[in-house]
Design a protein around this ligand. Structure first.
Ligand code: SAH
Length: 348
């Protein structure tokens, strides 16, 4: 079966040529797919015979809304999508002044093992296809009935651990016949897989790279993030500096402040030293409490931010949206997994 949703217009044309159809149908098909068509019958400008051929060679399997939570505070909407094979992933719709943003997952689960993160507790089930990442944006926009102008790859999974599918997804959303979302409206967050950062740098995309740092010293970072044992802080900063040099894009560093773990004065100072000479932005995140994790949010957000700013580092505290729902990464899927464990069935 063809994975039409993961294909560019050129690849669709190629596939259609192989079925004895004219190439221009590729563009029409692409447009229907990217409008969120749920069946081939909807594609009324395609001849009946072609729709029949498509039905024989491909399936359209939009994700099902397994759970949905709407924040009463700020209109944030969180979705738990069930994929055709029963795996579940999350997306979050957020309204910002600069536009509507969807946060998407890149994998079902995660194998990076960060100590504070709910997404990684049960490991990685599988990678998502480009089409499955795209569907989260399309069907979120359709469900909320509003357009999406920004995308962040900050949901479940490590985007650079699913590099090819993520890159394909970026190409797809960028297409004028699709969502037409420019690279400057896209952010990709990584835990620090250096080979992926280097591959991305070579492509010189204009997206915003966010690096989940969470500690400026190897001892703390390795404790929080096992990836640091393979790619340590020094190597990571070198890769980030090279990334900036190649792309000209300022990097955003994510830093979730955890009580007594990474919120000491010396860590703010070390961070400022490391960032010296590199245009960067530090995003301080209030730690979301995850029931399974024995880590508490820091009470020193303001002090930590002031210390950084005094040393010339731009640091902002991330505004928390969806505070009344499970809007933290991986929480909804985690809850569904626990429920299905209790019920003993395999849902999600
Ligand atoms: N794997 C990627 C993207 C997914 S996580 C990455 O590591 O960047 C998106 C962001 O949420 C990351 O910065 C991650 O470190 C952060 N995060 C995960 N769990 C969190 C929690 N409990 N509280 C605050 N931030 C968290």
């Amino acid at each position: 079966m063809l994975d039409l949703k993961s294909m560019t217009p050129e690849e669709l044309s190629e596939a259609l040529l192989g079925m004895g159809e004219p190439a221009f149908r590729g563009k029409q098909l692409f447009q229907w797919l990217h409008r969120g068509a749920k069946s081939f019958d909807e594609m009324t400008n395609l001849p009946k015979g072609l729709r029949e051929k498509l039905r024989e060679n491909a399936v359209l399997s939009p994700p099902r809304v397994a759970r949905k939570q709407v924040s009463k505070l700020d209109g944030t909407v969180k979705y738990l999508w069930e994929l055709p094979d029963g795996n579940c992933v999350e997306s979050v719709f957020m309204r910002y002044r600069h536009g509507n943003t969807v946060c998407v997952s890149s994998q079902a689960g995660c194998r990076m093992g960060c100590a504070f993160c709910a997404s990684t507790i049960a490991g990685k089930a599988r990678d998502l296809t480009a089409g499955e990442i795209l569907d989260q944006v399309l069907f979120t926009a359709l469900d909320v009935g509003d357009a999406v102008s920004n995308i962040v790859l900050m949901g479940i999974g490590e985007p650079l651990d699913n590099f090819d599918a993520v890159l394909k997804f970026l190409d797809l959303v960028n297409r004028p016949d699709g969502l037409n979302i420019g690279m400057r409206h896209i952010s990709l967050s990584t835990c620090g897989l250096i080979p992926g950062i280097r591959r991305l740098a070579d492509l010189r995309l204009q997206l915003t790279l966010s690096v989940s740092l969470h500690a400026p010293d190897n001892e703390t970072r390795s404790r929080l993030m096992p990836v640091n044992r393979a790619y340590d802080v020094e190597a990571l900063f070198t890769a980030c500096y090279d990334y900036f040099q190649r792309t000209g894009r300022r990097i955003s560093f994510e830093y979730a402040l955890i009580d007594g773990v990474n919120d000491h004065d010396w860590q703010a100072e070390r961070l400022a030293e490391r960032l010296h000479g590199m245009p960067a932005h530090v995003n301080l995140i209030p730690l979301n409490r995850v029931t399974e994790r024995n880590l508490r949010p820091s009470r020193r957000m303001g002090e930590f931010q002031a210390l950084l700013e005094r040393r010339g580092v731009t640091a902002t505290v991330r505004r928390s949206l969806g505070g009344d729902i499970d809007a933290s990464c991986g929480q909804l899927r985690r809850r569904a997994l626990q429920l299905s464990d209790k019920r003993g069935d395999a849902e999600c």
